[in-house]
Design a protein around this ligand. Structure first.
Ligand SMILES: Cc1cc2nc3c(=O)[nH]c(=O)nc-3n(C[C@H](O)[C@H](O)[C@H](O)COP(=O)(O)OP(=O)(O)OC[C@H]3O[C@@H](n4cnc5c(N)ncnc54)[C@H](O)[C@@H]3O)c2cc1C
Length: 428
């Protein structure tokens, strides 16, 4: 009998496995594919608090990043504290970025306006001609999503004895019973469903009630380039895309210009971001096509629009596109993410949209706290409680919380002071 069964080995499932196992719980992760191949391996690997609006949402992102850092440092999985750079090529873009910087610095989210020469010093491929300046933020972290999703299960199994079962499609959840398509049965007190864009067969009504919107994104990766990218890159169109900039007074005016000058980009939800893998490849994207009818076919028009916009601010003349793909996520229309409790002992975590890498560990810490009865979690989530957790169970977990954290299993991490501060920070 496990304490917790997690459905899905994408980043949301892995983060939940980590947060629960680090508290001493016996965890099994059931993943339908031989290896996870959903949104979590298809993204930029941008841990991107700058995209979140100030307040609770950014706090959740920063909490999440603190846990990410602990995880990455303690496991040795590759990451780079590259920060981010938004290049401005017009006065209206610069105005929005400066408004953002002023407010962000007041909110202790340090970032810095750079003149054109300083932008190019940090990011040599940014085009100097026509550049007005750029916003550098040291807060963002780059990971290689494919590495994280491949390596983290091995580390969780080794360090925390998390059991992973790949090729196990969950078709029925009725705690403590969890049944897979091939008839195997697992037993767990709680089941956390982190099934990404697949609403699955288990609780379709709960998904329908949350009202998640699917979104398809097209992406590309280049052959390696010799030089380092520097900070992860963004430019003007990104200011329209991320809610982090929504409070800037000049944004509405800028968006009107984009609608006039880049109507197709706006229509297809295109903005351009660039990150770099440790091998030197550039990951470039993306587009946003919303709605239930996700086409399997990618549009060359979208790739061309992405690359032509990239070439406006970045010297991409010698780049060779080595691969193309698309990813799909589910997004909640207004909240950072969605939580549903469709049956006793079942928690459904979804709707993280385009910030799932960034927010996953912060969300998972809240779920783990909820399960352990540590505090009322999941603020800033859209929550549906069809079956409330009985109070008695919360009390039982709260009493047992420390006893369930066996020192021996965590000695290695405690030495590196990796897990303990996180656990305490999330305590009431
Ligand atoms: C192109 C793209 C770029 C992005 N860029 C970024 C970025 O740079 N930064 C950022 O913060 N976010 C980014 N995101 C968002 C982020 O990738 C997602 O929010 C996040 O990966 C979602 O993780 P997940 O675990 O919920 O889903 P997934 O990664 O899709 O994992 C869900 C898993 O559940 C499994 N599963 C489903 N049903 C079952 C079942 N019945 N039984 C067993 N297993 C099941 C699936 O096989 C899958 O492996 C991007 C997304 C995309 C698509």
């Amino acid at each position: 009998m496990f304490d917790d069964a997690i459905v899905g080995a994408g980043i949301v499932g892995l983060a939940h496995a980590y947060e629960l196992a680090k508290r001493g719980r016996r965890v099994v992760v059931l993943e339908r594919s031989p290896r996870a191949v959903g949104a979590s391996i298809r993204n930029f690997g941008m841990l991107w608090p700058i995209g979140r609006p100030a307040g609770e949402s950014r706090e959740l992102a920063l909490e999440s990043l603190a846990i990410w850092r602990d995880v990455l440092q303690s496991t040795g999985i590759w990451f780079e504290k590259s920060g981010s750079l938004h290049a401005a090529r017009s006065d209206d873009e610069a105005r929005v970025l400066k408004e953002f910087a002023e407010q962000a610095n007041q909110d202790s989210f340090a970032c810095e306006w750079l003149d054109p020469a300083s932008v190019v010093a940090r990011s040599p491929r940014v085009r100097l001609e026509g550049l007005i300046g750029g916003l550098f933020s040291p807060n963002e972290i780059c990971v290689d999503p494919r590495r994280v999703v491949a390596e983290l299960p091995l580390k969780l199994a080794r360090d925390f004895e998390v059991a992973f079962v790949f090729g196990a499609e969950v078709v029925e959840v009725d705690p403590p019973r969890v049944r897979t398509a091939n008839g195997d049965e697992y037993r767990a007190k709680n089941v956390i469903i982190c099934s990404g864009s697949d609403i699955g067969r288990t609780f379709p009504n709960a998904f329908a009630e949350i009202g998640l919107v699917p979104c398809k994104l097209q992406m590309m990766r280049t052959a390696p380039i010799a030089e380092p990218l520097g900070p992860m890159l963004a430019a003007g169109l990104t200011l329209k895309h991320y809610p982090g900039f929504a409070a800037c007074p000049s944004l509405a005016h800028l968006i009107q210009r984009f609608e006039r000058e880049f109507p197709r980009h706006v229509e297809l939800g295109i903005h351009v971001l660039v990150s770099q893998t440790p091998e030197g490849e550039l990951t470039i994207g993306d587009s946003h096509e919303y709605g239930p009818a996700i086409e399997p076919f990618d549009k060359t028009e979208i790739d061309d629009l992405i690359l032509s916009y990239l070439n406006l601010f970045f010297d991409s003349s010698d780049l060779k596109i080595a691969s193309r793909w698309h990813g799909v996520y589910l997004k909640h229309p207004s909240a950072d993410y969605a939580i549903a409790r469709p049956a006793e002992g079942v928690i459904l975590v979804n709707g993280v949209g385009g910030a799932g890498m960034t927010l996953s560990f912060g969300i998972a810490a809240r779920t783990a706290n909820e399960i352990l009865g540590i505090k009322a979690a999941h603020t800033h989530a859209h929550t549906i409680a069809n079956a409330e957790f009985p109070a008695s169970r919360h009390a039982e977990h709260a009493e047992n919380a420390n006893a369930e954290f066996p020192a021996s299993r965590h000695a290695e991490h405690a030495d590196k002071s990796a897990t303990e501060p996180v656990f305490q920070r999330n305590d009431p």
